[in-house]
Ligand binder design. Sequence first.
Ligand code: GLU
Length: 565
Amino acid sequence: MSLFKIAFSVCAICMATCLPLLNPSPCEAEVDLKRDALGEKGMVAAATPQASEIGVEILKKGGNAVDAAVAVGFALGVLEPNASGLGGGGFMMIHLAKTNKTVFLDFREKAPQKAKADMYELGGNDLPLNNANKLGALSVAVPGEVAGLLTALGQYGVMSRQEVMAPAIKRAKQGVKVTPVMAGLMTKYYDTLLSCPSTASIYLDEELPKMPGDTIKNPDLAKTLELISQKGRDAFYKGPLAQKIVEFMKKQGGIISLEDLADYRVRQRQPVKGTYRGYEILSAAPPSSGGTHVIELLNIMENSDLKKMGPDNPLTWHLWAEAMKLVYADRARYSGDADFAKVPLNGLLSKAYAGELFKRIDRKKTAEKPEPGDPWKYESASTTHYSVMDSQGNMVAVTKTLNFFFGSGLTVPGTGILLNDEMADFDFKPGQANSIAPGKRPLSSMSPTLILKDGKSVACLGSPGGKRIITTVALIISNLLDHGMDLQAAINAPRICQYHQGPLKFEKRLPKDVQEKLRQMGHELEEKGAYDLYFGGAQGVSFDRKAAGLHGAADPRRDGRALGF
Ligand code: GLU
């Protein structure tokens, strides 16, 4: 090991202990803003260039957008292991151009049957002791990714499992180069990685953080992927892998059983639907809060003439901040898994309700923060989003996750499977819309979103970023449809986020005069990095009917890149 690495590692460990101050976002001077690509036949925008390359390979071989999405999905678990993988879950929006049919596949993780509303012992601060909902065996929910990706392939793909999984297996055998963003995250989540020997042996280097350029080797994951490729979903949910997962959970004090795994089901749901400036918006339904609140936020903002006001107008940002505050208050009060809790979906999505909320906004000053307390004390920013469009206009948008970066920190020995900590997305207090119940899916913010006009594909997009996904997706849609930006510019543009409590967070590139004016209007501002990865990592594809071309774009805040042909 080089002296430099030793020095770096010692610093990194020191820094890891005084986190969360360290932010692994790229520094402004080095940000590469051109992540986009043009194409005619197919386009993939994913969180790593290699993942986009894999999607394009599949499209070139005759696969459709769903085949490419499944191949990219499996590959991302190898290439971006901090964000998603076999041990996690997610959502997929599919639009089939020929039949004008849109499907929302929910492969969110679910609580095990033995889970209870009061399963975490709370400390003096009302938070689970020892971060038990975030780290270790009790934070793990029953994974949905394998079932989700293979259901999509079986129902909407045209290629075989072996064909779409081969690229992920190949990359898992080769190993994965650590990027600077990944190295930053590995440093920040050093304690998580160190907490489990089977995780440390893959993601650390003799118990020290890896450096950019180092290789992550996970040959067990290659074998696991090979087994699933040969035997299908039962290899994961009923076979030897299921046994290994359950045995490991038991040893670690977890509660996931063989029945929990065998009973896992993907849900095909109706997406939530709305319109914005005459475009149709389709997005993730509960158990995500994401799509609902993206549409609610857009509905509120539709009442103002943003196009006329322009993107650099302080009033534009003031209205966004006030609308965001109202939306997050609704989210805290109402959202949960609608299979278990009553969610007033129609009201939250209605234009009339949004009109009423808009009337509550004072154009001159910021309102007192709305009442309800935020029951979700944790916020993650991990997760991955990718978008695919093929030459037929089929669109697929996928957001998938392990929840926090590197999930629960637990890798099932001998399998390379890193397990999620999705239980942390539940409200750990009983009696709430999002309280824990056996088989329930924890509330999400993930919002894979499709835009159509007169039934024709216009764009697909989404982002990681925890609760900030909602505001990130809405801002990008407004940049596209109000301000006429192209997709890359819409993704690059500065972002803000105002929860219903706390300060207005903003990327420091927001024009100084806008910042000053917002202060005068009473906003309490919290400056964030210029390209802050906690504001997301959006990836999208748009279709320009006039140019008959596809435009893919990726977020400079992380490692994403679009590729087309
Ligand atoms: N667990 C989070 C959710 O479902 C993942 C999103 C994120 O962290 O980016 O909302």
